[in-house]
Design a protein around this ligand. Sequence first.
Ligand code: ZN
Length: 102
Amino acid sequence: MADAPANIRAHQAEQVLELVWDESTTDRLRYRYLRSMCPCASCRDEWTGERILDPKSIRPDLKLEGMENVGAYAVRFGWNDGHSSGLFTWENLRQLAADQPM
Ligand SMILES: [Zn+2]
């Protein structure tokens, strides 16, 4: 299981979430990408893993409105489109950062 990041910073103007894992590892995830990869049941089919959310429907002025730690293993993001049911584990976030298109 991945350890929690030492620090999480939301850069609202850049729409980038910065995750500081340790002194040598920092990941930067774009809000749109993060929002489009939301793993909740209304954004992604639980059985097939197929994406239900159309990335084109994501508002361009996407902002993070809240972050809530869930136990020691995950975080829940609240977006300004009213969506806040996506639970991302630290493991998920590290994988998303590795897979993020340039
Ligand atoms: Zn979702």
